[in-house]
Design a protein around this ligand. Sequence first.
Ligand code: ACO
Length: 314
Amino acid sequence: MKKYARITGTGSYLPTKVVTNFDLEKTLDTSDEWITARTGIKERRIVTGQNTCDLALEASIKALSMAKIEPEEIDLIILSTTTPDKIFPATATMLQNRLGASCPAFDLQAVCAGFVFALTTAQQYIENGSAKNILVVGSETMSKIVDWSDRSTAILFADGAGAVVLSADNTTGIKHSKLFSDGSYLSSLHVNNNGIDELGTIQMEGNEVFKIAVNRLSDLAEETLNECNMSSEDLTWMVPHQANIRIIKAVAKRIKLPMEKVIQTLDKHGNTSAASIPLALDVGVRDGRIKKGDTLLFEGIGGGFSWGSVLLEY
Ligand code: ACO
């Protein structure tokens, strides 16, 4: 019998420190009005002393609790992050130890597309029968690679974590997934370190990234719906990567999806890279908007560039 990969638990965690646009006005030549109009972001959370694994742990505990899964029942942990705590071991391995799990664990790096890449990878393990329960996490401390004197990036990125438990199901779950990468875009969005002896900071050609994101994500949403023989009317919710409200609106308009069917957390979370989709998902699940049986579309695009979508029945 075919096995489906179904989300059975969600969890998220945000650091407690809130940095508002008004706070940024004090250190940067910017304004709340400009940031709100151009991005939709009003505030973001920034770590004080915590690392990526600390955030991942809190989100994971909540997802496991919702799924009613004990750490020893997890068959695999995939943690998507751009900001691992160490060069090695993988942050996922540190998470495995802190959770008290004993399964294989690895990190996956696809920047803001990381969660859809991790979910699609986990889907393969469930569908081929080699895992029953997989913990998929997106966790980031993007504040550590932001140049806080650069107003074009410092206003965007933020910290947080989201997690899901993906479990084998006989009837429904992920229906479709699609991934792409094109490394020729490196200069549009990258970190400027020259090797592992330096950390570097995010460098972005904002206008260029904006256009690429709108085009790639719109094409992807259309292709995904076509390949599933669906229209946007069949979607209950789109849960997009939270990068810029204007990107989200442009994609929704192109596929004729009303904004009332889009989960938005950008105003409060900013761009948390690999954490943004599972964070938004958890918000929608816990406030009761997303219900069992709903059809969801996730899609994200990230640095230099990777992008992808997952369509599923929740
Ligand atoms: N405050 C005030 N003014 C600013 C700021 C700021 N924070 N940042 C830039 N400006 C200025 C620029 O200097 C420019 O001034 P000029 O006209 O005198 O030269 C003016 O505002 C317009 O700049 P643009 O870059 O054209 O502004 P734009 O409308 O494109 O908005 C933004 C910039 C918000 C960065 C937008 O391009 C964007 O969102 N791009 C996509 C970024 C993104 O989503 N990145 C992540 C996606 S992938 C991932 O998540 C890794």
